[in-house]
Design a protein around this ligand. Sequence first.
Ligand code: ADP
Ligand code: MG
Ligand code: MG
Length: 251
Amino acid sequence: SPLLNIDHLSASVDGTPLLHDINLAVGARETHVIMGPNGAGKSTLGHLIMGDSTYDISAGHITFDGQDVTDLSPDKRSRAGIFLSFQAPVEIPGVPVSSFLRAAAAGREGLDLKGKQFRKHVRALADQLDMDPTYLDRELGVGFSGGEKKKLEMLQLLLLRPKLAILDETDSGLDVDALGVVSRGIEAYRTSTEGALVVITHNTRILERLDVDRVHVMVRGRLVAEGDASLIAEIDEHGFERFEREAELAL
Ligand code: ADP
Ligand code: MG
Ligand code: MG
């Protein structure tokens, strides 16, 4: 059975349906991409996989690694090996990035390292991402640019080595420096773990260097098309119009 299996999932917020009959299977080591126009429900799906209680599940199930996680808290899902990139980390003045990372790793198998060892480990990860090590001393979230938030996500990803990483890129553009960190982070995750990857993105530049197994197209809260990596080039050229038209006809 696949690592992640979403079975006929529908969800709403405050009585408003947002996702309709989502079916998605992601196997270990696979790379999936979810694309779709703004407001389609891509981020909502990511949050639901992570267990965000803002949303009500009206039908369906999510199983992960052989376990029904539909009713599991985000923390338990995280410990089970699901990771969702968070675009907006909290701001905690006075708390350095390294301390935050240490807290995130606390109680995790193989990561409960002593202070000095932990710092060494995290510094190696920053090095792998070609990041300035002084970033680790920055106050958490304070004055972070979009790119600096991304760097934190990539450090968390390589530190926690989840079984499934969901990376939700925002629509806002990343600068070249941040794009480099994201690309290196994804590549390092890909080559150093057995983990599966779900990338939610508009940024086909990030996808260029990825070996993509499946592409899913989301329109108006539905997954309306699925294909191989060639779908990315098609969307790049023609946008989502074809899918939006088909979705309209299907209603
Ligand atoms: P995407 O990531 O594809 O751009 P989102 O998942 O962010 O789309 O949003 C899908 C739709 O659901 C949008 O219309 C958005 O306004 C709505 N939505 C998402 N989260 C909430 C929420 N917590 N409360 C109300 N509406 C929401
Ligand atoms: Mg599939
Ligand atoms: Mg989004």
